[in-house]
Ligand binder design. Structure first.
Ligand code: FAD
Length: 431
């Protein structure tokens, strides 16, 4: 069996105590007072599945494991997305919404953070398809495949020359007489790109014109789609793509939003997307913190458990306090969002003024949780000394993945920009 590590430096007792079951046990004791019994139950169901899955498949989280091979099994259990009930594809998840999706995600992230991120990016392809399937069989079938893990999806917004400035795109779409479109251009940094069957692609009828944008569902096996893998060394198991679209023909059935609607389609998913990243970052914080909590309670120096030294103990309590507070805020926001979805009959039907306020909150959550993920993952590894820097434990994976969170889904500075615009609107509304 492959080991996670090259050479063992952490002693047997600590390595054994850091097992998934114990990590779940710690997080459960932390979460129990915060969650309702139904919420807690969903989290525990997913935990039970992950524990069995890890054992049955001898998963060590070693460097050569292919996390994409696990997607099917999680999809069959209904653990790839709980954002919606997905009645249209007969899934009918009783517990669904942003809170449910967080409680699905957190245990999966503690099982394997890079795998969890793959499922998170898949949700970004699922959401727009759910909003715009319009009961067209080809789209509904693609939705079914993505939700049930028959394949993986990606979303293609970013281009080599258009990153933060995502609405002034250069990828062109040209409408044909039969209603199909021809796409030409380049995309980059698509999470899951090289492994995806389906891609949600944005393009424009005129370069740099946001009001000419359109949205497409693309089967990556179609002629004209070429994808190379981009190496992001922080996350060696996540496959990220750079795509060339050369005279790629998209049939009419796969046009999710025609010219002029693409920008709105891009913005309508922003709250889900940013809160999704906040959930991902928060889960990573818990994953890292639980490692350090267990380690510091067992590791001895000067004949004492290192948690008893204030330098370590108070550091962990400081991180714990910050993380608990942000988790409470995140869950509260998710609950409010879920209530609004229910009240108005769908996320897309929430009135614009409420949505606007939620965009600012989602940016605040994304901004703060991704910052925390960067700080907590590093500080937890640091509190574990040399062991935290070695490849022996999963803290190494958290350290790596936490480095990408501030960039994905809009950089820190872009979130600050969005928030400062919201402050300006608030001022104008108030005075
Ligand atoms: C691992 C990874 C996964 C990703 N996954 C996806 C995906 O699945 N799909 C997808 O479409 N994209 C994806 N992205 C792309 C990601 O959304 C972009 O990288 C991000 O939006 C930043 O764009 P950029 O890299 O071009 O940087 P740039 O936009 O060039 O920014 C460079 C720097 O300038 C700053 N900056 C830019 N404009 C402003 C401004 N107005 N004010 C202040 N500062 C500014 C930025 O904050 C940043 O620090 C992914 C990226 C990474 C690294």
């Amino acid at each position: 069996m492959e080991h996670k590590y090259k050479t063992q430096v952490v002693n047997d007792e600590i390595l054994e105590k850091l097992n998934l079951k114990n990590r779940y046990s710690m997080i459960n004791n932390i979460l129990m007072p915060i969650l309702t019994p139904e919420q807690f139950n969903l989290c525990k169901q997913v935990q039970r599945f992950c524990l069995r899955f890890e054992k049955k498949n001898n998963i060590t989280h070693g460097p050569n494991e292919d996390v994409y091979e696990w997607v099917g099994a999680f999809g069959e259990k209904g653990y790839l997305s709980r954002s919606r009930a997905y009645e249209i594809i007969d899934q009918n998840y009783e517990q669904h919404g942003l809170v449910a999706d967080f409680l699905r995600f957190l245990p999966i992230d503690m099982f394997d953070t890079q795998f969890a991120f793959v499922t998170g990016a898949n949700v970004l392809a699922i959401n727009p398809l759910y909003f715009h399937h319009d009961n067209i069989p080809e789209r509904v079938e693609a939705l079914r495949e993505l939700v049930t893990g028959k394949c993986v999806g990606c979303v293609a917004i970013t281009e080599p020359e258009r990153g933060s400035d995502a609405i002034h795109q250069l990828t062109l779409c040209e409408e044909q007489e039969d209603g199909s479109f021809i796409l030409n251009g380049e995309k980059v940094f698509q999470t899951n790109g090289p492994r995806s069957k389906w891609a949600i692609v944005y393009a424009t009828a005129e370069k740099n014109k946001g009001d000419k944008m359109a949205q497409f569902l693309v089967n990556t096996s179609w002629e004209g789609w070429q994808c190379e893998r981009v190496n992001i060394p922080w996350v060696p198991k996540i496959e990220i793509g750079k795509e060339s679209l050369v005279n790629l023909r998209v049939p009419k059935e796969y046009v999710l939003g025609t010219v002029g609607t693409g920008r709105d389609h891009l913005f309508e998913g922003l709250v889900d997307e940013r809160v999704g990243i906040a959930q991902i970052a928060t889960s990573q914080c818990w994953g890292a913190l639980v490692h350090a909590m267990i380690y510091a309670n067992i590791r001895k120096q000067f004949n004492q458990e290192i948690i008893k030294f204030q330098g370590v103990g108070f550091l962990l309590t400081d991180l714990w306090a910050q993380l608990t507070n942000v988790t409470l805020g995140l869950i509260k926001f998710c609950e409010i969002f879920d209530q609004k979805v229910e009240k108005f009959g769908g996320a897309e039907k929430i009135p614009n003024n409420i949505k606007q306020a939620m965009v600012a909150s989602a940016s605040q959550l994304k901004y703060q949780t991704t910052h925390l993920s960067k700080v907590i993952s590093y500080e937890c590894a640091n509190a574990m000394g040399g062991a935290g820097l070695s490849d022996n434990t999963l803290i190494q994976d958290y350290l790596g993945i936490s480095r990408i969170q501030e960039i994905v889904g809009g950089s820190r500075q872009i979130q600050q920009y969005v928030m400062s615009m919201a402050l300006r609107t608030l001022f104008k509304m108030s005075l």
